[in-house]
Design a binder for this molecule. Structure first.
Ligand SMILES: NC(=O)c1ccc[n+]([C@@H]2O[C@H](COP(=O)([O-])OP(=O)(O)OC[C@H]3O[C@@H](n4cnc5c(N)ncnc54)[C@H](O)[C@@H]3O)[C@@H](O)[C@H]2O)c1
Length: 306
């Protein structure tokens, strides 16, 4: 997508933004307006966890920028926030993996609406299959979106938050996969482990600026991600889609954890039972986690490499 397209497709819904805002944590209100007068950017807001997070922040009074590579989906979510919730939302089409688009996106938001108080780097994709079935392009795309997309968001908006000097919060969506190895998701898990470590490093650096950094690590959440994923080697799409649907953990509950994490300035938030168990086991018995990883997935590669 050409750079001009990003600007052209930057569509506003609801009332105009307020460019100058106070140090957000000190001025947080009460009840449903707890994020009132706050500007929140959510990437991957067209679906799943991002969509639920944008809606939740808007429901608590925030002005929200819904960004997604699928501009039409971003517009639908922003439109619904303005319509159903009576909130203020803007839509933007941007590929988080593309540095030029991200630079334009960040610049446009800051010029039009001000420096965001909260940025949720949520956009992500999955590739599932064995290590040897992943092509170099599979690795590149997963790392470009899941890791570089988060790095771009942190660099561009984090620098603006520091410069403004009024604090803020960055939420990076990692995963249970950040600390639970599996034979099925080598590239995805690597990207998420990196996002978790990036969040810890950045949190240390930004603490002195009043900017919190949270790594949110959900287990299985019932979103379209399994249907949107790429499967290499064995085609596990149907199984994965059914499995996530059966898990019955809604994106709205992840969104509630995200809002609470920002409010409480939490560093790491494992969401739901499997993520909490995985996080605890990874710290007290990493050897057990490695043994469990051998049993994850089918037998295709055992047969292939025996
Ligand atoms: N669903 C789960 O079980 C689960 C578990 C742990 C972590 N996560 C993470 O949560 C995040 C959201 O996933 P979800 O389950 O809501 O998935 P989803 O597929 O429902 O939504 C992902 C959104 O990101 C957008 N997107 C994809 N690539 C993009 C890009 N390059 N630039 C901008 N937007 C892009 C998609 O268009 C989509 O709207 C991801 O980072 C994912 O890895 C999901």
């Amino acid at each position: 997508m050409v750079v001009a397209g990003v600007i052209g497709r930057f569509v506003g819904h609801g009332k105009a933004g307020v460019p100058v805002r106070g140090r957000w944590r000190a001025r947080a209100g009460k009840g449903s307006e707890v994020f009132g007068d706050r500007l929140v950017v959510v990437t991957g807001a067209g679906s799943g966890i991002g969509r639920a997070t944008a809606r939740a922040f808007a429901a608590h009074g925030a002005e929200v920028v819904c960004a997604d590579i699928d501009g039409a989906a971003a517009e639908r979510v922003a439109g619904a926030i303005a319509g159903e919730l009576g909130g203020t939302a803007h839509a933007a089409e941007v590929d988080v993996a593309n540095i030029d688009q991200m630079e334009d996106f960040a610049r446009n938001i800051i010029v039009q609406y001000g420096v965001p108080h909260i940025v949720v780097n949520n956009a992500g994709i999955a590739v599932a299959g064995s290590f040897f079935d992943h092509s170099v392009d599979d690795w590149r795309r997963v790392l470009d979106v899941n890791l570089w997309g988060v790095i771009h968001g942190c660099r561009l908006f984090g620098a603006a938050m520091v410069e403004r000097g009024e604090g803020g919060h960055i939420v990076n969506i990692a995963s249970l996969a950040a600390f639970a190895p599996t034979r099925l998701l080598p590239a995805y898990s690597t990207s998420k482990a990196a996002v978790k470590m990036l969040s810890d490093c950045l949190g240390a650096e930004l603490a002195g600026h009043g900017i919190g950094v949270t790594a949110v690590c959900p287990g299985f959440v019932s979103t379209p991600i399994a249907g949107n994923a790429t499967y290499v080697g064995a085609d596990l799409r149907e199984e994965a889609v059914r499995g996530l649907a059966r898990r019955g953990y809604p994106a709205e509950r992840v969104a509630a954890h995200i809002l609470r994490a920002v409010h409480r300035n939490q560093a790491v938030v494992p969401v739901n039972a499997e993520a909490k168990i995985g996080y605890t086991l990874s710290r007290i018995s990493p050897g057990l986690m490695r043994r469990l990883a051998r049993w994850s997935g089918g037998t295709r590669n055992q047969q292939k490499f025996r």
